[in-house]
Design a protein around this ligand. Structure first.
Ligand SMILES: Cc1cc2nc3c(=O)[nH]c(=O)nc-3n(C[C@H](O)[C@H](O)[C@H](O)COP(=O)(O)OP(=O)(O)OC[C@H]3O[C@@H](n4cnc5c(N)ncnc54)[C@H](O)[C@@H]3O)c2cc1C
Length: 488
């Protein structure tokens, strides 16, 4: 079963819920009827910035670097101890810097995302932290190029880039509320072991994946609950060659790519197996724990990101249901490692070397923006007068591809949070259509969005204007200076 079919089955089992915009305005959105404690009001220390980026994940890292490089005094607030987010915790590889050219004879291979995203890969290459842009040798018509990363080096490299750009990096710090002045965000409330503080800024970017800041600010959102949640595992003490031979013997290879592994080029760095073809009922057992057999790696003896999927009955913003899911996923991880040891040659002494610190989502809140990219925009390869990047990958290929192996444009208005004067959003939290989201939510697209929203936020702060007053020509010029690729 491929990724698309897997999601489809999960969605059929899912229950969508509508969100309300009351979070942050009361003492809790899911408080049960009963007793209440009234918090005493308190004076908070204030820090002032031009731009505050909430969430230092896939999109947020790039947004903060872009904002700082464009002259803004920038703070990045990240609840975990490191930047990186889902690209270091849940994804399988970075998709994709390139168009899907291979499915279209005669169409040229083009690198359509560059800028800060490519800089991160260049830095990783220098420290042996990536496969490079690895081209598919099998299964290529739906996944032409993927870029595998060493997740730990990614955290370090991006942390260093943030500091070098002059970003005030607040890790282990939670965005816990918004301070509003009408439809303008005046500041965010942050919490850390240094206490509760107010960070004021002129412009804000929500890259929290969950849309926490937008929800705190009273923006409109829904909670589609249209994907399973995941905790992926990194498995060590394994042989990728033996896995390859085993899959090949059973004619079970769906996808394969070669790139740099343990310093040597031309090695298998990504392989996906059709579990149903494997003997001993492996497929059925893997299916029961939501396990998919796609792995990427940049090191010998290590498989990254073996995914364990679980469909929650409600949206992953529900703390108590998340607690149940966290336990269930860890039980599934234990069963997964048993399956590897029992069935896969070269994995007899495998062990779990890493898990994600918390479950990963593919979507939490869906934040309403001024424009919502449609599925037709994506597959018809539409371009816009105010586009801030182009993108050419679709997770549901070959069923859905961008027309003629080309690209679609990403309009600036798709990043502007509706109803709020000075808030942009980037990452998995925008794009309502599930099929369109299967393109826009991919890591490299999130990174490109981040560069645009950080750049725009810095320009808005410099000009003291709202996100809707920013002149597109100024934004475009700054993005081109930042090596963002446009088709024309
Ligand atoms: C299992 C799985 C497999 C995937 N496979 C692929 C793949 O193969 N290829 C691909 O390209 N994409 C893949 N994706 C999609 C892609 O990884 C994500 O869509 C993308 O990384 C999301 O980026 P983001 O910036 O929106 O969110 P994130 O990277 O999750 O960043 C959000 C950040 O905000 C922080 N945060 C959240 N709330 C707060 C708060 N209140 N205060 C402070 N910080 C906060 C989080 O800790 C996190 O660091 C996959 C995703 C999953 C879950």
């Amino acid at each position: 079963m491929n990724r698309r079919d897997f999601y489809k089955r999960m969605v059929m089992l899912g229950i969508g819920v509508q969100g309300s915009s009351t979070i942050g305005k009361s003492t809790g959105s899911r408080q049960q009827a009963g007793s209440y404690y009234e918090e005493p009001s308190k004076k908070l220390p204030v820090r002032k910035f031009d731009v505050v980026v909430a969430g230092g994940g896939t999109a947020g890292v790039v947004a903060a670097i872009a904002a700082a490089r464009n002259g803004a005094k920038t703070a990045l607030i990240e609840v975990k101890g490191y930047p990186g987010g889902t690209v270091t915790e849940g994804g399988t590889a970075l998709h994709s810097f390139y168009n899907l050219w291979k499915a279209f004879p005669g169409v040229k291979k083009r690198q359509v995302v560059r800028g800060i995203a490519q800089e991160i890969i260049d830095r990783l290459l220098r420290v042996g932290g990536t496969s490079g842009h690895a081209e598919m040798s099998k299964g290529y018509n739906y996944d032409s190029v993927c870029t595998c990363i060493d997740t730990e080096m990614y955290k370090l490299v991006t942390f260093e880039m943030l500091v070098e750009a002059g970003v005030f990096v607040c890790v282990n710090t939670l965005v816990a509320g918004a301070i509003m002045d009408g439809s303008r965000i005046k500041g965010v409330i942050v919490e850390s072991r240094s206490g509760r503080e107010a960070f004021y800024a002129k412009c804000f970017v929500d890259c929290t994946a969950y849309g926490d800041l937008a929800a705190f600010a009273g923006a409109k959102y829904s909670e589609p609950n249209d994907y399973p949640v995941v905790n992926s595992i990194g498995i060590a003490n394994v042989s990728i060659e033996k896995l390859h031979d085993f899959l090949e013997k059973h004619d079970a290879i769906i996808q394969q790519a070669e790139g740099i592994r343990s310093g040597k080029d031309g090695q298998i760095v990504r392989i996906q197996g059709r579990t149903a073809k494997l003997p001993g009922g492996f497929g059925e057992k893997a299916g029961k724990i939501g396990m998919s057999m796609v792995t990427t790696t940049v090191h010998d003896n290590y498989f990254m990101f073996i995914k364990l999927n679980f469909k929650m009955p409600v949206s992953p913003t529900n703390r108590d249901e998340v607690a149940k899911a966290e336990l269930e996923l860890r039980r599934r991880q234990a069963k997964a490692i048993e399956l590897f040891r029992e069935y896969i040659p070269g994995c007899e002494k495998a062990f779990i070397a890493r898990t994600s610190p918390k479950l990963c989502i593919r979507r939490g809140r869906l934040i309403t923006c001024d424009y919502d990219i449609s599925h037709e925009d994506v597959i018809e390869g539409r371009h816009f007068d105010d586009e801030i990047m182009v993108y050419g990958f679709h997770d549901s290929a070959p069923r859905y591809q961008i027309k003629n192996g080309g690209t679609y444009g990403f309009p600036y208005r798709a990043l502007r949070v509706a109803g709020i004067e000075n808030l942009l959003a980037s990452g998995m939290l925008i794009t309502s259509d599930h099929r369109a989201h299967m393109s826009t939510r991919n890591t490299v697209c999130c990174m490109g969005q981040g560069q645009a929203s950080g750049t725009a936020a810095a320009l808005c702060a410099a000009k003291n204007c709202g996100t809707r007053e920013l002149r597109y020509s100024n934004l475009r010029e700054a993005l081109e200076k930042g090596d963002v690729y446009f088709e024309s």
